[in-house]
Design a protein around this ligand. Structure first.
Ligand code: ADP
Ligand code: MG
Length: 412
């Protein structure tokens, strides 16, 4: 029996880690297609001094912390470089390729990224040599005419954004100057707004599993994901999925969410470098069992089959397609093939059928169990004030119950 340890590098979350730990406890030994057996365990990682030559005990790490805290981030780089620990999101590319680089790559690949301009810092850098550099090389520019060329309304947002930090809608010159003055030492994009879009689609991707969900950004958190089926035409749905998987395969990310706006059948990707996508039960509700199950299946697949993580970007196969003089649709098909090759999608499906055939039933049983309800109660109690407990418990019990009903139908 081979043993595999999944490390969880966590921040403040308790809900999905407990759910994941419970599913790993329930899943039992796995028999791989080659007949070998595998035992899976999880452990929460701690932050402590480490010798660069230390050997880690973990085979795979699910990281929710390293985007903000550099000590664990550098540990991740060490174990990726020295010990072949499998990481879902490459810390190298996530540090180097923020939203800005993702815009650039997708533009070259032909996706409909809205027109975007990067403007220089509002405030000079705090560096003694900058004054000289700035006076000599900083070309003065007219913000109003840059904006006029882009056209109102637009969004001003940090080149490396996240969690709506520093994002504002700009309708006129007054908004423009107010927002730019406030940006201070943040480096900002101006991006043409997709005005009056029909659908905000948010695609959560875990390995080759993608769920495209209907998102309502103006609703409170618990109501942002709408339970909706068929809200995109099959063609647009497939495009959204291909865009999300292309971003991930290209940048070596496997646990990421991608935001797209759909207007008149055109898909505009606007945000797709989310190192720590929201998977809280209080946000995902109906889609929560799917997300945790996908994390479980993909982690087991990677460890049991000995999949090697790719940590660096290989632009060539993608740009070869990008630079061809063929229609966008043909490119999308090819990108999907490249993504399928990267994620070993066919092998993964076969593995799920042969070695994880019991998992769907197991997850359904768990969602219907007292364990799951206790998790829900605990999460609601720690998230909302007492007078709202009953209301939210009803809300989330209803939505996860609806998932269980739908799933029971699918499983027959
Ligand atoms: N080009 C755009 N057109 C329309 N809405 C946008 C555009 N860019 C951003 N937004 C709105 O602003 C929100 C935050 O922008 P986003 O790029 O997702 O930043 P963050 O990385 O902080 O989530 C989006 O969810 C969307 O509602
Ligand atoms: Mg966003």
């Amino acid at each position: 029996m081979s043993e595999h340890l999944i490390g969880l590098l966590l921040g403040a979350e308790e809900d999905w880690p407990q759910a994941f730990e419970e599913l790993v406890r329930r899943v039992g030994p796995i028999t791989a297609p080659d007949g070998t057996t595998h035992d899976i365990r999880t452990e929460r990682m701690t932050i402590e001094p480490f010798n660069l030559r230390d050997r880690p005990r973990t085979d795979l790490v699910i990281d929710r912390l390293a985007h903000w805290y550099y000590h664990p981030r550098e540990w991740l780089k060490k174990v990726a470089l020295m010990d072949d620990v499998y990481l879902m999101n490459s810390p190298f590319t996530f540090q180097a390729m923020e939203k800005h680089a993702a815009y650039c790559a997708l533009m070259r690949m032909g996706m409909n990224v809205p027109e975007t301009v990067l403007v220089p810092y509002k405030n000079p850098l705090d560096n003694v040599r900058w004054a000289y550099t700035s006076s000599k090389y900083n070309r003065s520019f007219d913000l109003d005419s840059v904006a006029a060329e882009l056209g109102y309304p637009m969004f001003m947002k940090p080149f490396d954004g996240g969690a709506w930090r520093g994002v504002s809608m700009i309708r006129d010159e007054r908004d423009l100057h107010a927002a730019y003055d406030e940006s201070g030492e943040m480096l900002m994009h101006l991006q043409k707004a997709v005005d009056g879009y029909e659908v905000f689609a948010r695609a959560l991707t875990i390995g080759p599993e993608t769920m495209v969900m209907k998102f309502r950004p103006d609703e409170p958190m618990h109501n942002r994901y709408e339970v909706a089926y068929d809200f995109l035409s099959p063609e647009v749905g497939a495009e959204a999925r291909t865009i999300a998987q292309t971003v991930n395969a290209f940048f070596r990310w496997e646990f990421n969410s991608c935001e797209m706006l759909v207007k008149d059948g055109v898909v505009y990707p606007i945000d797709y470098a989310n190192a720590c996508p929201d998977v809280a039960i209080t946000s995902l509700h109906y889609y929560f069992p799917w997300a945790i199950k996908s994390l479980l299946k993909w982690s087991i697949f990677c460890m049991v089959t000995g999949r090697k993580a790719k940590t660096l970007v290989d632009t060539e196969p993608w740009f070869e397609v990008a630079d061809k003089d063929v229609p966008y649709k043909a490119k999308l098909e090819r990108y999907q093939q490249l993504a399928d090759e990267h994620f070993e999608t066919e092998k993964y499906r076969e593995f799920c059928e042969q070695s994880l055939g019991h998992v769907d039933e197991m997850v359904l049983d768990w969602v219907l169990s007292d364990d799951f309800d206790r998790l829900l109660v605990e999460t609601v109690k720690s998230t909302y004030p007492p007078h709202e407990h009953e209301k939210f418990l009803g809300h989330f019990r209803g939505l996860t119950g609806l998932w269980a009903k739908d799933e029971a139908k699918i499983l027959g």
